[in-house]
Design a protein around this ligand. Structure first.
Ligand code: SAM
Length: 233
C-alpha cells in the first residue's frame, strides 16, 4: 500500500505557472525519502545472483556502470547504445540477435512505458524458470518525476509504473515493488511459459494522478522484507 505515504502540497507552495503550463499537474505527492532507506537496487540484484551457481546476468541500460560493475558475477552482459556495459546496442537489437538464457535480468534502459514493456516481454523469453527480473524506477513520487518527456533538472522515473500494473495481473510469476531506490520491481518466474498481461489500451494515456489510484493492485513491500523474500525463496 502506497496510500499511507500520500500528502497534499500546501496551497502556498504550489507554483501557479507550473499548474497552468502542465495539464497533468497534481497536488498530491508520495512522501518517501529514498535516501533514508538502507538498501538499493544493487542490494536486491546481488542477493538474487547469490542463489545461482554460476549465475548468468543481463543488464539493459548501464550508463556509467554503477550497478553493472557492482554485481559480483563473472558471466555478465550489459547492453547500452550510449555508454557502459559490454554490448553497445539498443535492447531491441540485442534481443533480436541473442541466443543465450539468463538467471537474473535488470531492466533499466529507456524509461518509457512502450519500450519497458517490450524489454520485459523479451526478457521473460530468455529468463529460465525460477529466474529473476528487476526493474528500476517503478514509483514516481510526483507528477514531474513521471512526466514524459523528461523535464529538466528533475529525478525521472518516466511512466514505467504502468508495467508494474500489468505485471501485477500477469499469471505464472510472483511480482512485488520494493519501497527503496525509486521503486524496485522484483519478478520471479514460476512457470516455463509466461504470458504478459496486456492492458496497453487502458493504460497508455494515464498520468501520475491515475497512478495514485491504479497502484492499488500492486504488491508494495518494504526494503527489508524484499531482501528476506529473495533470500528465503
Ligand atoms: C538510468 S540509466 C541506467 C543506470 C544503470 N542501470 C544503473 O543502475 O546505474 C539508463 C540507460 O539506458 C540507456 N538506454 C536508453 N535507451 C536504451 C535502449 N533502447 N536500450 C538499452 N539501453 C538504453 C541509456 O543510454 C542510459 O545509459
Amino acid at each position: 500500500m502506497l496510500k499511507k505515504y500520500y500528502k497534499k502540497v500546501p496551497k502556498q507552495e504550489i507554483h501557479k505557472e507550473l499548474k497552468e503550463k502542465y495539464k497533468n499537474f497534481c497536488d498530491t505527492i508520495i512522501h518517501i525519502d529514498w535516501d533514508k532507506i538502507l538498501f538499493n537496487r544493487v542490494s536486491f540484484i546481488t542477493a538474487a545472483t547469490q542463489k545461482f551457481d554460476k549465475c548468468r546476468y543481463l543488464e539493459i541500460g548501464c550508463d556509467n556502470n554503477i550497478c553493472f560493475k557492482s554485481i559480483p558475477v563473472v558471466d555478465k552482459v550489459g547492453v547500452d547504445p550510449e555508454r557502459g556495459g559490454n554490448i553497445k546496442d539498443t535492447s531491441d537489437n540485442f534481443f533480436k540477435n541473442n541466443k543465450n538464457k539468463f538467471d537474473v535480468i535488470f531492466i533499466d534502459g529507456l524509461h518509457i512505458y512502450e519500450q519497458c514493456r517490450k524489454d520485459v516481454m523479451n526478457s521473460l523469453n530468455v529468463l529460465d524458470k525460477n529466474g529473476y527480473i528487476f526493474l528500476h524506477d517503478m514509483t514516481p513520487r510526483n507528477w514531474a518525476e513521471e512526466n514524459v518527456p523528461r523535464l529538466k533538472n528533475t529525478l525521472w522515473t518516466g511512466d514505467i509504473w504502468k508495467v508494474a500494473i500489468e505485471l501485477s495481473k500477469t499469471k505464472g510469476i510472483d511480482f512485488f515493488v520494493i519501497n527503496a531506490d525509486m521503486g524496485v520491481g522484483m519478478l520471479k518466474k514460476k512457470e516455463e511459459n509466461v504470458v504478459y498481461h496486456d492492458d496497453f489500451e487502458n493504460l497508455k494515456n494515464s498520468k501520475f494522478k491515475d497512478f495514485l489510484t491504479l497502484n492499488e493492485c500492486v504488491n508494495y513491500i518494504e526494503a527489508g522484507e524484499g531482501i528476506n523474500l529473495i533470500l528465503s525463496k
